[in-house]
Write a protein that binds this ligand. Sequence first.
Ligand code: TRP
Ligand code: SF4
Length: 327
Amino acid sequence: MDKKRILSGLRPTGKIHLGHLVGVLTNWVKLQDDYECFYAIVDYHALTTEYADTSRTKEYILEVAVDWLSVGLDPSRSTLFIQSHIPEHAELHLLLSMIVPIPWLERVPSYKEQQRELADRDLSTYGFLGYPLLQTADIIIYKAHYVPVGEDQAPHVELAREIVRRFNNLYRAVFPEPEVLLTKTPKLLGLDGRKMSKTYENFINISDEPTVIHRKVMSMFTDPQRIKRNDPGRPHICNLFSYHKLFTPDDKVKQIENDCKKGIIGCTDCKEHLARQLTDTLSPYREKRRQYLSNPDLVHEILSQGAKKAQTVASATMAEVKEAMGI
Ligand code: TRP
Ligand code: SF4
C-alpha cells in the first residue's frame, strides 16, 4: 500500500476541451490505478495571467471540477482540490522565493513565450515571473514523486528539481526530487490547424452539444488540394484525419484513409462521420456533466473533502520546512 505520489494541476481559465481530454485527463484517470494522486485546480496560477478580469474564475473552477468528475477522476481514490483552499501553497512559494535566483525564473522558456503570446496584457508582474516557482510549491508541498504533464511543462518540473536540490543542500533533505511523467499522446491541433488556444476559440469542448460539435467539425480544415469530391486526398496532412485517428475505431480509420486516397469519400461525408463519432464519444461525459451540474453542492462538498486531505499533507510539510529554515 505504499504507492508513489503524483501531483498535477490545471488552470481554470476556460472549459475543458478535447486537447485536455486526450493530452492529460485520460492519462490522469489511468494513473489513479497505480498512484496516490493529487489533482489541483490551480486558481492562483489562473490569476497570474487573468488578474485583470476575474469575473468568470469561479464559474470556470466549477466547470473544471464537473468535467474532471465526468471523465472519471474519482474522489474516492484521488484528492481533488482547489489550490487556493490550501494557503500553504502561497506560504511555501514565499519561502522558496528567498532562495530562487531571479535568472532561474527569467530563463524558463514559457516566461518570454507567454509574454509574447498574451501581448494584450501586462505580464511584467512579479506574480507572473513567479509562476513556475508557485508550480514548484504545488508539487513539492505534497512531496510528489511524479508530475504527469505535457512536454511544454517539462522545464517547469526541471526548475522544481533544481529548487529541491538547492533547498535540500542549504537546509536539510526535506523534499524528494520530482520527476516528469510525460504524456505520450500526439498533440491534437485546433479545428483550424493552429495550436488549440482560447484566443482562437478553435476547439471542441467536452460539454458541447451535438449540434455544436457538428457545426465545429463542418468548419474544420482538410486537405486543401481536394477541390472536387473525387480528387485523391492526403490523409497524412489532413488535420481532420488526425482526429479520426484518435477517436474513430481502427478498422474504420483504415477504410477512411483508403477511401480518401482513392477519392472515394468526400470531405463532407468524412466530416459527418467524425461529428457522429465525437458525439458518441462525448455523450457519456455530457450525461454525467448534467448530473453534477444539477447538484453543485455535491461538487463543492467533494472539493472541500479534497482540501481537507490536501491540507493535512501540506501543513505537515510546512512544519518541516519552517523548522529546516529556522523560523
Ligand atoms: N503550469 C501548468 C499548466 O499550465 C499548471 C500547473 C500548475 C501544474 N501547478 C502545477 C501542473 C503543478 C503540474 C503540477 O498546465
Ligand atoms: Fe481529410 Fe477526410 Fe477529406 Fe481525406 S476525406 S482530406 S481524411 S477530411
